[in-house]
Design a protein around this ligand. Structure first.
Ligand SMILES: Cc1cc2nc3c(=O)[nH]c(=O)nc-3n(C[C@H](O)[C@H](O)[C@H](O)COP(=O)(O)OP(=O)(O)OC[C@H]3O[C@@H](n4cnc5c(N)ncnc54)[C@H](O)[C@@H]3O)c2cc1C
Length: 470
């Protein structure tokens, strides 16, 4: 029986453990935190289950993945209508966008700008200079949508000027990258990206998004997987004859022998842990695969509900956070009465001074931002809690492709090693993508213990077409 050691207990690692254990294998999962779910986990705050920022399961999920989650979560997997708002200049629009609402409420300056951009597009223009995130989007969507929405949003999310961001970011992250696609996406029965899917709804587990990972973890353990929490990977020794993974829990360390090591931890971290060491060029490329960090600031308010919306989106640079979610509204919960939680997402670098701000200072920052956006907090703030995600988003700066390919190619030829998941492939992917990767990895492991590298290469090509949903 193949021994598979899986690094990371987020959705990708737990999904792999579940699908392997369902085939009678007994994988070991190594997770550094004391709880499962990674960035897609949940925790309890003031009697409420809250997530690490706004998380929804999108109907675009692979049907096989969705069927497994339905089986594991049963009635706890709720179908919910999306009900968010986006602050465009000084106006609120429903998000996801709705054509009538757009026409009625969009700022007149914005509407006039988009109309001019549409007319401009009738005159073909020639592109000059190298392609960037900015040039691709401006050509596809026109100046107005970029200036008022995508460019400030990009500056906040990735901390870079749009001109310094790779065009790949525009192709991968912006599914409605042209005005035509945007219109087709908005119209009922449209043919744009995501058409045919159930738009305007999402799935959400009754006990918080982390219930997905918790259910996978429980089912994998019942089937024989060994899930080790609070355990860090210290070294991954690779050889043709077998792998050895050194792990540390508290003061104790242990060496696990494995036929296969499946890593879902950040690629750059994995490279540093490998023995034999990677060539210098690979190590330095891995160091430059930067990750954007994120501060999550939770305000516990003494009121039943702050607003009727699940999330508010803030593309503008005048507000320090990109999104504000109210966890109670995701699962339509009414308990506990007299208390609700807001979660503000502040993308940043772990070198920024704000990363070290304390709870009180971050709470003030969020309250001031909300007041500026016309959403003052009127009830008493009973508590401010903060969580810090060091690895929230990959940063696709110009030329990152070469660095990624260098690291990916080197990892790809290491014996007995596979790297996948959002962190393992330096991808922006959603949870359902990470789970699909896990299912594909399990599918490539034959009953004799051989890993089908050709089939995996085919899956890797398919992963390239993943479209990220917001
Ligand atoms: C703010 C935010 C909002 C998001 N919203 C959505 C959404 O609405 N819908 C959606 O589908 N997706 C969303 N995502 C993406 C979603 O969180 C990811 O797709 C998902 O977490 C990817 O799972 P993963 O297992 O690949 O990686 P992760 O969840 O990052 O898991 C990696 C795990 O590896 C562990 N690890 C790292 N280093 C080590 C080490 N040395 N030793 C042991 N363990 C280690 C980490 O602790 C972590 O648990 C969002 C992400 C963010 C940041």
């Amino acid at each position: 029986m193949s021994r598979v050691v899986i690094l990371g207990g987020g959705p990708a690692g737990l999904g792999a453990a579940y699908w392997l254990a369902s085939r009678g294998l007994a994988p070991v999962v190594i997770e550094q935190r004391e709880s499962v779910g990674g960035n897609a986990g949940s925790f309890e705050l003031a009697g409420l289950r809250v997530d690490y920022g706004s998380h929804r399961l999108h109907p675009a999920a692979d049907p096989g993945v969705l069927a497994t989650l339905r089986e594991l979560l049963g009635d706890d997997l709720l179908e919910r209508p999306r009900h968010g708002r986006i602050r465009l200049l000084d106006r609120w629009l429903h998000f996801p966008l709705r054509p009538l609402d757009l026409v009625r409420r969009a700022p007149p300056r914005f509407v006039a700008g988009v109309a001019t951009d549409v007319l401009r597009k009738l005159v073909p223009s020639s592109a000059n200079g190298p392609e960037t995130f900015a040039s691709v989007l401006e050509r596809g969507l026109g100046r107005t949508i970029c200036r008022d929405f995508y460019f400030p949003y990009a500056r906040k999310i990735w901390g870079l000027d749009p001109e310094a961001i790779s065009p790949t970011q525009a192709y991968k992250r912006v599914s409605s990258g042209t005005l035509g696609k945007l219109v087709r996406r908005l119209l009922p029965g449209g043919t744009g990206p995501g058409a045919g899917q159930r738009r305007g709804v999402f799935y959400y587990p009754r006990k918080g998004y982390g219930q997905i990972s918790e259910a996978l973890c429980e089912a994998a353990a019942e089937r024989g997987a060994d899930i080790r929490l609070g355990t860090k990977v210290a070294r991954v020794g690779l050889a043709e004859g077998g792998a050895r993974v050194e792990v540390i829990r508290g003061a104790e360390d242990e060496e696990l022998v494995a036929d296969h090591v499946w890593s879902t931890i950040p690629m750059g971290v994995l490279v540093r842990l490998l023995d034999p060491k990677a060539p210098t060029a690979v190590e330095s490329a891995a160091r430059e695969l930067e990750l954007r960090a994120m501060l999550l600031v939770y305000l516990v308010l003494e009121e039943d509900r702050f607003s009727e919306y699940d999330a508010h989106y803030f593309p503008g640079l005048d507000i320090p956070f990109t999104r504000l979610s109210e966890p109670k509204n995701y699962a339509a919960r009414f308990e506990p009465p007299g208390r609700t939680v807001l979660c503000a997402e502040i993308p940043c670098s772990s070198d920024d001074p704000v990363w070290l701000f304390d709870e009180a200072a971050l709470g003030d920052l969020v309250r001031e931002g909300l007041a500026r956006a016309g959403l003052p907090v009127r009830s008493r703030v009973a508590e401010v809690a903060v969580r810090r995600l060091p690895a929230a988003y990959p940063i696709y700066s110009h030329g990152y492709e070469e660095r990624f390919e260098r690291v990916d190619a080197w990892l790809g030829v290491q014996p007995r090693l596979l790297s996948f998941g959002r962190q393992g492939l330096y991808a922006h992917d959603n949870t359902h993508h990470a789970l699909y990767m896990a299912r594909c990895a399990a599918d490539c492991l034959g009953s004799g213990g051989d890993f089908d590298a050709d089939r995996w290469a085919g899956y890797r090509r398919e992963f390239e077409s993943h479209v990220v949903e917001d």
